[in-house]
Write a protein that binds this ligand. Structure first.
Ligand code: PMV
Length: 353
C-alpha cells in the first residue's frame, strides 16, 4: 500500500503518569496480550514528559533517523530500546518510515527511585506518536485517539496501555465489561465511586536497586508455572468482585482484594522456576505494621506491591493526616534513606505546549 503523508514538521509533547494495578497483569500471550483482565489507578505525581520533533526524512531512500535524549543526555541503552520499539510498530504507524524523529524524555522521579518508569514513558511516547499520526495522516475522534495510543503503549510495555486514561483504567477482556479488550485499555472512571477519584498512594521506597527480574522474564515464568491457570481464574474472580465494590465505595473490601492480588503476584514469583523473592525484610516489616495499624486504629489503610520490594500504601484522602503521620513516625524508618513518594490518583495525561 502506498501512503502519502503531509510533508510537515513539528514538535509534540505529552506528560503521562505511571499507574498502580489493583488486579494485576502477570502472564501474557501472543503480542503483549494479557492472560487476565486487570485494572489500575492512574497516578498523578510520578510521570514522564516526552517530546517528539518530527520532519520528513532528510535522506529519501534511507531509514529515518532517530535521536534520543534521556534527561537531556544521550543514553544508548534506552535509545536502542526505542529504536527497536519504533521498528516494531512501523506496520501499524507507516508514517514512521517517512519521518526523522528527535525524542526527548524525562521523569518526575529519579530513574533509580525504584518506581517502574515503563508505564509512564511508554504511554507518553505512544501519545506523542499518535498525535503526530493525527497531524501527518488522518484525523480521528478523541476516543479513537486514546484507543490507538493505548494499543501502541501496550506494545511498548503492557501495563502502559492503562496510563492513557484518568483515574482508573481496565485492560483485558472481562465478561462483565462489555467494551473491554485484550488489545487496549478502556477508561473506567465513570464506573467508580467518587472516593476513589482522590485516593492516595504513598510509595514506600524500600530499595531503589534495579529489579532482580525484569517484567518480561517474570511474565515468561508464568508459562511453566503449575499455578498459572488457577491464578488467571483468581484474577478473573477478583475483577468480578471488584466491580460492584468500585461502584459502591466499600474501601475495606477494596483493600482486601488489593492485598490478595499483591501477595498472589509475589507468591507466583516465589514458586516459579527459577524462583524469585522480590520482597525484602523491610517490605515484610512494613506489611506487618500496616496490618497492626489497621486493626488497632480502625483506619482503612491497605497495601499493594508491584513486582519489587517497594510498598504502595492505599488510603482515602479523609485519612491522609493520620496515615502520613504513621508513615513519617514509623514506616519511613524501613525505607531507603527514609524515602517516600506521596502520590495520589490523577486526571491522566496532558498535552504540553
Ligand atoms: O507492563 P509490564 O510488562 O512491566 O508488567 C507490569 C506488571 C505489574 O506491574 C507487576 C502488574 C501490573 O498490572 O501493572
Amino acid at each position: 500500500m502506498i501512503h502519502s503523508f503531509k510533508p510537515i514538521k513539528g514538535n509534540i509533547a505529552w506528560r503521562s503518569p505511571s499507574n498502580i494495578a489493583i488486579v494485576k497483569y502477570w502472564g501474557k500471550y501472543g503480542n503483549q496480550l494479557p492472560q487476565n483482565p486487570n485494572i489500575s489507578f492512574t497516578l498523578s505525581k510520578a510521570y514522564s514528559e516526552t517530546s517528539v520533533a518530527f520532519q520528513p526524512k532528510a535522506i529519501e531512500n534511507a531509514e529515518p533517523n532517530i535521536d534520543f535524549l534521556f534527561e537531556g543526555e544521550e543514553n544508548p541503552k534506552f535509545r536502542d530500546k526505542i529504536v527497536k520499539f519504533i521498528d516494531s510498530i512501523k506496520s501499524i504507524l507507516p508514517f514512521l518510515n517517512e519521518f526523522d524523529l528527535s525524542i526527548q524524555s524525562s521523569n518526575s522521579f529519579p530513574h533509580s527511585a525504584g518506581i517502574a518508569s515503563s508505564a509512564s514513558s511508554m504511554s507518553a511516547l505512544a501519545l506523542c506518536l499518535i498525535d503526530i499520526e493525527r497531524q501527518v495522516s488522518e484525523n480521528f475522534t478523541d476516543e479513537e485517539f486514546y484507543r490507538k495510543a493505548s494499543i501502541i503503549a501496550r506494545l511498548g510495555s503492557g501495563s502502559a496501555c492503562r496510563s492513557v486514561y484518568p483515574y482508573m483504567a481496565t485492560w483485558g477482556y472481562s465478561t462483565s465489561i462489555p467494551s473491554s479488550s485484550n488489545e487496549y485499555a478502556i477508561d473506567f472512571s465513570a464506573q467508580i465511586h467518587p472516593i476513589f477519584k482522590t485516593y492516595k498512594d504513598a510509595i514506600l521506597i524500600v530499595s531503589s536497586d534495579e529489579k532482580s527480574v525484569s517484567s518480561r522474564a517474570g511474565h515468561a515464568l508464568m508459562n511453566n508455572n503449575l499455578f498459572a491457570e488457577a491464578r488467571y481464574q483468581q484474577a478473573k474472580q477478583n475483577m468480578e468482585a471488584l466491580l460492584p465494590i468500585l461502584k459502591n465505595g466499600d474501601i475495606n473490601k477494596f483493600g482486601a482484594i488489593a492485598e490478595q492480588e499483591a501477595l498472589s503476584l509475589h507468591a507466583l514469583m516465589m514458586c516459579s522456576n527459577p524462583s524469585f523473592i522480590l520482597m525484602h525484610a523491610n517490605s515484610l516489616k512494613i506489611i506487618d505494621l500496616i496490618k497492626q495499624f489497621r486493626q488497632e486504629k480502625d483506619i482503612p489503610l491497605y497495601f499493594t506491591l508491584d513486582a519489587g520490594p517497594n510498598v504502595h500504601l492505599l488510603y482515602p484522602k479523609s485519612e491522609e493526616e493520620k496515615v502520613e503521620f504513621f508513615i513519617k513516625e514509623t514506616l519511613s524508618t524501613f525505607c531507603e534513606n527514609g524515602k517516600v513518594i506521596y502520590d495520589e490518583v490523577g486526571t491522566g495525561p496532558v498535552k504540553l505546549k
